[in-house]
Design a protein around this ligand. Structure first.
Ligand code: G3P
Length: 245
């Protein structure tokens, strides 16, 4: 079953959650043929998780600290996210790799911590435009996958999201052939790292997924779902993508 996950990023201040309520009402009426998740800012996790209890929408976080507790001002541990009601966590998003210098090694440590706390990680990888133009996309992504996935993930529930950095928030997307090429490389790298147990782990595509391109992208071999930014903020758009799955 495909996974359609919304990444709200730093949006939703003052949210009355009416959009999420509308999403749930629609999914209650016509159940989705896929898993649906929303990853709001940390401040909204508790409220949203409480409102979604027993419902079809899983609630996730956008990052966590690798350490379990300690003197890390401003940070949040994986077990704190579980306390708040999260079941998933996005890790290694390019906005964190670029903005906070997060390395594959750190992402791997975070994934291990998330798993230990009972969260299912969504580990993000993706090449920059310069890397794509230099013909290095597949090799860059392969290395990110091998180095960002801790061995502890073998046999566990998790996902990998392929998000080309140049496709995020730009309206640009790779061709369907390019998406397939990288997704096949991600699968091979996962198997190289963790063995055949990962044959069914979903590989999500992320980067300018909209209701009007979702159907084609989700039909690409090895695309196991989508990680959606801007189009996850409005129930109508997000539902368009969910219905395409
Ligand atoms: O994590 C999702 C994201 O980076 C893609 O954003 O706005 O291009 O769908 P967007």
């Amino acid at each position: 079953m495909k996974l359609i996950a919304g990444n709200w990023k730093m949006n939703g201040a003052g949210a009355d959650l009416a959009e999420v309520a509308a999403l749930r009402a629609s999914l209650d009426e016509t159940p989705a043929a896929c898993r649906v998740a929303i990853c709001p800012p940390a401040t909204l996790i508790q409220r949203m998780a409480a409102a979604q209890t027993g419902g079809p929408v899983e609630i996730g976080a956008q990052d966590c600290r690798a350490e379990a507790s300690g003197a890390y001002t401003g940070d949040i541990s994986a077990s704190m996210l579980v306390d708040a009601g999260a079941t998933l966590v996005i890790l290694g998003h390019s906005e964190r790799r670029q903005g906070y210098g997060e390395t594959d090694l750190l992402v791997s440590a975070k994934a291990e911590a998330a798993l230990a706390a009972g969260l299912s990680p969504i580990v993000c990888v993706g090449e920059t435009l310069a890397q794509r133009e230099a013909g290095d996309a597949v090799e860059v992504v392969r290395k990110q996958v091998v180095n960002s996935l801790p061995l502890a993930l073998a046999g566990q529930a998790f996902a990998v999201a392929y998000e080309p950095v140049w496709a995020i928030g730009t309206g640009l997307t790779p061709t369907l052939e390019q998406i397939e090429e990288v997704h096949r490389a991600v699968r091979a790298a996962m198997i190289e790292r963790l063995g055949l147990a990962v044959a069914a782990v979903p590989i999500l595509y992320g980067g300018s997924v909209k209701p009007d391109n979702a159907r084609d992208i989700l039909a690409v071999p090895e695309v196991g779902g989508a990680l959606v930014g801007g189009a996850s903020l409005k129930a109508k758009d997000f539902l368009g993508i969910i219905r395409a799955a």
